[in-house]
Design a protein around this ligand. Sequence first.
Ligand SMILES: Cc1cc2nc3c(=O)[nH]c(=O)nc-3n(C[C@H](O)[C@H](O)[C@H](O)COP(=O)(O)O)c2cc1C
Length: 257
Amino acid sequence: MNESITKTIGVAFAVCLICSLVVATSAVSLRDLQKENKLNDKRIKILQVADIYNPDQSISEQFSQLESKFLDFNTGMIMSEFNNYNIDEYDQILVTKDPNLSSKIPQSEDIAIIKNRENVGKIYFLRDKMGKIDKLILPIRGYGLWGTLYGYISIEDDFNTVSGIEFYEHKETPGLGAEVDNPKWKSQWKGKKIYQGNQVTLEVIKGKVEKGDKEAVYKVDGLSGATITSRGVTNMVAYWFSESGYSNLFKELDYES
Ligand SMILES: Cc1cc2nc3c(=O)[nH]c(=O)nc-3n(C[C@H](O)[C@H](O)[C@H](O)COP(=O)(O)O)c2cc1C
């Protein structure tokens, strides 16, 4: 009897040990693949927001059409180099944890509720055959209802007209806030204008944009049952297109062209 209890415990222990080894080994060996998949997902979103994604072509080949640059948010200057970082590996979200590489946003200005903004961001240029800017692809993020939404917005060479919007990570509820991923909702953004004069005016309203509304170009339909997520998207646009975000860059690019 005793012997069989010992045996049972021994077998159970051995099974547990083998299982934990299998789980641990697969977790470790799949880590790089997971990392690569996450990077590819993000790259697909960037290609989609730039409206150049072709699912039948290699992601890295398509991605090479884009020019990645560092952006100093405080001056609006584009930089080819920053602190010896490899631009492909620079993680602008990760650096927000480092007080030397990011700035704490005063609470009164933190409308997107992101707490810290990286001093240097990473943006993408899509150029035409003549080398002129066709689109800019800009990272945006802001708090919704359950967490931060991370995405990209693309704008045309007037630095005002939206070309597209995509989110690659969020915690909003499927069917409610997660409708930010609904292609029909996202398609509305194309052609919308961000600024009226110097003021960021584009917003996600409550309800539907009425036909014939003279201000329709500054309005996107609200996500039904998800007013908080909708407000979060409005606030992130307001933050990232303010002087704390990309407006200094647009002044610099206007000056150059
Ligand atoms: C389980 C659950 C999940 C919800 N998820 C979201 C969400 O992702 N985004 C959001 O804005 N509101 C969400 N809401 C609703 C909010 O609590 C709030 O009622 C809503 O934003 C108000 O929007 P409305 O005025 O359009 O109804 C959720 C509510 C429940 C009960």
